[in-house]
Design a protein around this ligand. Sequence first.
Ligand code: ADP
Length: 450
Amino acid sequence: MKLKTKIQLFSSLFMLLFIMLVNTSIYFLFYKISVDNELELLSDQTRTIMETMKENPDIPKTELLRAYLPNNGLIRIIDEKDRELIPIITKQKEFRELPSAYSTREVKEIVRDETGSPIAVIRKPIIWENGEIVTLQVANYLFPLEETMRTLLYVLVAASIIMLIPTIIAGNFLSKFILRPIKELISTMKDNTKSENWKTIEIENKSKDELYEMEKTFNEMIAHLKENFERQEVFVSDASHELKTPISIIKSYAELLKRRGKSHPEVFEESIDAIDTEADRMQQLVNQLLDLAKNKQSAPSTELDLVKLTKNVIHTFQAAYERDIYFKSEVDTILIKGNEDQLEQIIYILLSNAIKYSEKEINIVLTEQKDTVKLRVVDKGLGIRTNDQKRIFDRFYRVDQARTRTSGGIGLGLAIAKAISEAHNGSLTVNSEEGKGTTFTLELPIMKKS
Ligand code: ADP
């Protein structure tokens, strides 16, 4: 079933139910009030009959009672054994069929004949001429009330139908109002899927309701998807570009080898060296690309000591490069939760950059804050310009292409380090002054106080 039909059906049914409830209440309330009134009137009339009989004992009972006979009713007096003490007084003989009942207390009731017509009946005890207690029964067929109730029923049914018309119209408007933005959303989505574009919905000058929120969220989602898609495209083209350079170098050296390799041994040596270097570079690039993809996924984490981990990395670097690397920590143990390999990789990246881009000593400082630990890698090297500082965490961004190419950089190290730090709920920031040096700060949440 369509949403429009559902809204219309639901609102109409709900309204119909409500109208029926109200109208039924009106109908029965009116009936009750009218019946009570009729009974009260007949009771008053019965009381008057009793008083008149008492005050005028000389007037023949039949004559007197005939004077008080209700229009559509009867009057009868019966004794304990249901015997009629005077002939029944009525204008229509079919009223005689109305059952009688002896009663020693006042009774007011509505009974129905075999056709279902209501009859108001009053029974009151009176003292008869012989001193016996007998029952005076006065009954009246409520034909006019029946007629009125029938008319009221027609009026209420007609009113219900008339009231339903605006409900159906309102339901139609409501469904159109709600469905318009949804339809627009669906058509924009279909359009985007079909033609792979990034169409958004026009939301200016629209009232700020939930539907506006839905369209706004959709536009934000499209903008986000577009940004990610474009970033992905740039990444793929950057990656292929980076791979192209070593491949073309390898290819040109291979051709050189083919042409002159056999006759010129010096060309042979040079080509093999270049091919080896470029193959290394390709391997490094592919590994880093894989790292980048891997670090987006959550890696298994364990409890580890950051002091120990940092010391291990420093030790490896000191053995490989003859550089002064100093380590300082306020505490002996700092426990954090994370993936050992990934965290080690961050320190590797920061330390190898410091070695690449500086010549003096390097300081690594660990400081404990309230809930976090800060690892700072401080060098006194080239430094980074303020404009470049914002971009060094972008993939494939290198400050100085020529210089980094000679130092072997691809521009992925800091992007990997940042991705890992964020996967560990931490952050990686830079502070640098050109010509004076650079400090990279890795901040991670602490697991327990040491
Ligand atoms: P790369 O593999 O080129 O080093 P990174 O992502 O690690 O790539 O670094 C991006 C750029 O940031 C580098 O090309 C370099 O110019 C600059 N950079 C990184 N670390 C330092 C540093 N300690 N001192 C100066 N420049 C740095």
